[in-house]
Design a protein around this ligand. Structure first.
Ligand code: MSP
Length: 670
């Protein structure tokens, strides 16, 4: 049995999981599931990156310990992976005790082997951004992130002799050209390696950053987060899974390519391990043509997609829409079009018309007997063989789009087969033997497609197979596997056709359009991928991004000239004052709070509001606010909202419109 080890990046625990995270994880899951289906022994790892400045700061802001903060937040990733049917074998957290012990053991080993040295590092330090900047990154001599003054400081740090591995890195990439994929990314790394490689600063003084793994040989320092994070891929194999190394695939986004190749390969050489067989860097999603960002309020929430379309359709769209490796745009319209054309029509039709009408009406609702093969049957069988082979090769090499294209050739061939064989005519003529044989061939195509989709749409695949009496995938590409006489059932359509973008998404899109994108911030966001080496000592510290990634300052959205309305239009909106009597977090959505609001009625109303980013539940109780009381009730993530509160602000709605406490709840506002 072949071993197969695939990983995703470990995601920053502070981040709210979005469609970009989902993309990488769905891709890794699909290949993991495929290899399991093919009989391999699979280890699929994902997890969360929990140390560093950002986590510490966020925890401090909330008044909790960083560990408590990470304990609370990491479950958001776990919950999303469950909803997306992710089949990871392990979930690692960098605060796990055995991970920390492993990192420390590796550091000690490197220290003992003379791979590390202490040296003074000097650079421009911004106290406000808590990071060093290279001279050329400063804006008018000030911190490009905060605009505050910077100071030249010198401090001792620990360095890894990464520069010693430059030749070995080049030799390794030359000997194993496909270790970095796609080729474009390999060339990018080779470009990076054209300049002399600097040594890597792998420590942070505890005085500046306490939330990290302490260096075992110098208690005044913690480990640089990337050293800690990358090592997860090895530490997760402790306790019996060591033989899975070297990993077959580290699936990552293109943003973290240098870390996963230059840094990680050198670290592995020094630690005495082979590099991973492949690092595959995929592209980035924009949303409706714009960079996805919190400040633009266009971050695509995968939960909302799953609520609207189901996990399998989301998985399908992500892997079908763009070639793996390229950049792409997430457009809700494109989603709808693909959903209807490829899932509801192509795939749905293939089974539905045969299962719902022809089989029960004409052949007793069971799998019919096969018949002698005609040329048309043989052509269909050849298509099945070709499509499944192409599917296998492409999923195995992470070419998901091509894999699906190949499989859909078979789906369409199946539909065409029905059209050309005209089972209705065979039925009319009373040619029951040929009618049975034809319908059976269609069922076989259905079985083959459904079985192959088990890696990509596990839920729908199981439904497809259950309709023809199977409880497990059968990948055999021949049209002769189903047992005659097995009862078949149509059940519900696989993917009901959608006439429009689902309401919850349409509302969000409309809301996002109310605000124009804020102007480009002046300060440039520091790239996560470090720049090619400039002469030491600037480089090591300027690779600091993960624990101090600067964020663009939030700029208020420019107001858009509104369309004018009549007084009567406004009169339709009934506003009343309301007093918040209780508030709690929504159990299934980070952005939402569930409020009970007294609007002068016998019972307080439940209002679900997207204000969790700017308000804690405790701070809201007792507030007098303004509520739209004649809003149609709506379900938000499973909870009914009976009204809407008024607030000012963009994505992270900040200011609630309040009424004076001396105005009784329920007073009309006009
Ligand atoms: N914690 C580090 C990774 C350490 S791995 C040893 C990190 N975390 S992250 O939360 O920022 O996740 C980055 C990854 O999320 C990207 O590499 C990519 O896999 C995914 N994506 C984040 N935004 C994305 C898009 N807009 N589009 C596609 N994928 C994106 O970096």
């Amino acid at each position: 049995m072949a071993r197969f080890y695939v990983t995703t990046p470990i995601y920053y625990v502070n981040d709210v999981p979005h469609v970009g995270h989902a993309y990488t994880t769905v891709a890794a899951d699909t290949v993991a599931r495929w290899r399991r289906l093919r009989g391999d022994d699979v280890m699929f790892l994902t997890g969360t990156d929990e140390h560093g400045q950002k986590v510490l700061r966020a925890a401090e802001k909330r008044g909790v310990t960083p560990q408590g903060h990470a304990d609370e937040l990491h479950v958001r990733f776990k919950a999303l992976w469950e909803r997306l049917a992710i089949s990871n074998d392990a979930f690692i957290r960098t605060t796990d005790a055995d991970h920390q012990a492993f990192v420390q053991a590796q550091l000690q080993k490197l220290h003992d082997n003379g791979e590390l040295y202490a040296a003074d590092y000097s650079g421009w330090y911004s106290t406000s951004a808590e990071r060093f900047w290279a001279e050329e990154e400063l804006v008018e001599g000030k911190c490009p992130d905060t605009g505050q003054p910077v100071e030249w400081i010198t401090e001792k740090n620990w360095f890894f002799k990464m520069s010693a591995y430059q030749d070995r890195l080049l030799a390794h990439i030359a000997a194993y050209p496909d270790c970095i994929q796609p080729e474009l990314r390999r060339n990018e790394v080779l470009g990076y390696l054209k300049k002399p490689l600097a040594d890597l600063c792998i420590s942070r003084p505890k005085a500046r950053l306490s939330w990290g793994i302490p260096l075992p040989f110098d208690p005044e320092y913690v480990t640089y987060v990337w050293f800690d994070a990358l090592t997860n891929y090895l530490s997760a194999l402790q306790g019996g899974k060591e033989a899975f190394w070297p990993a077959d695939y580290h699936v990552i986004g293109k943003d973290i390519l240098t870390f996963h190749t230059v840094y990680w390969f050198s670290m592995l050489f020094a630690m005495g391990y082979a590099p991973p067989k492949h690092v595959y860097a995929h592209g980035w999603w924009t949303v409706e043509g714009t960079k996805m960002s919190k400040s633009l309020g266009n971050v695509v929430d995968p939960h909302l997609l799953v609520d609207s379309y189901g996990a399998d359709a989301v998985r399908y769209f992500l892997l079908r829409e763009i070639p793996f490796g390229g950049d792409g745009d997430f457009s809700h319209q494109a989603f709808l079009v693909r959903y209807n054309a490829e899932l509801a029509n192509d795939l749905g039709n293939l089974g539905h018309r045969v299962l719902a009408t022809m089989l029960p009406r004409w052949v007793g609702g069971v799998v019919p007997e096969a018949g002698p093969a005609t040329d048309n049957d043989r052509a269909l069988a050849a298509t099945a063989l070709r499509a499944t082979q192409a599917f296998d090769t492409n999923v195995t090499t992470l070419q998901f789009r091509q894999a699906l294209e190949a499989l859909w050739e078979l789906v369409r061939a199946g539909n065409k087969y029905v059209d050309t064989e005209e089972p209705w005519a065979l039925n009319k003529r009373g040619d029951t033997a040929r009618l049975g044989a034809v319908l059976r061939n269609v069922l076989e195509v259905w079985r083959i497609v459904g079985s192959h989709l088990a890696c990509l749409m596990p839920g729908k695949s199981a439904e497809m197979l259950a309709k023809v009496g199977l409880s497990a995938p059968d990948l055999d590409p021949t049209l002769d596997r189903l047992v005659p006489g097995t009862p078949v059932s149509a059940g519900d359509p696989l993917f009901p056709r959608l006439d429009a973008i689902p309401a919850a998404i349409a509302e969000l899109m409309a809301a996002a359009k109310l605000a124009e994108p804020p102007p480009e911030p002046k300060a440039k966001k520091a790239p996560k991928t470090p720049k090619p080496s400039s002469p030491a000592p600037d480089l090591p510290m300027s690779t600091d991004a993960p624990d101090a990634t600067p964020t663009a300052p939030a700029t208020p959205a420019a107001p858009v000239a509104p369309a004018l309305i009549e007084y009567d239009d406004f009169g339709k909106v009934q506003l009343r004052t309301g007093r918040i009597v209780s508030a709690e977090r929504h159990p299934n959505a980070d952005k939402l709070l569930v409020l009970k609001v007294d609007v002068g009625e016998p019972e307080p109303r439940q209002i679900v509001a997207g204000i969790a980013a700017a308000h804690t539940p405790e701070s809201l109780v007792g507030k007098d606010i303004v509520v739209v009381v004649n809003m149609k009730p709506a379900k938000l993530r499973g909870l009914v909202s009976q009204g809407m509160l008024l607030a000012a602000g963009g994505g992270d709605v900040a200011a609630l419109l309040t009424a004076g406490a001396d105005i009784a709840p329920g007073t009309i506002v006009k």
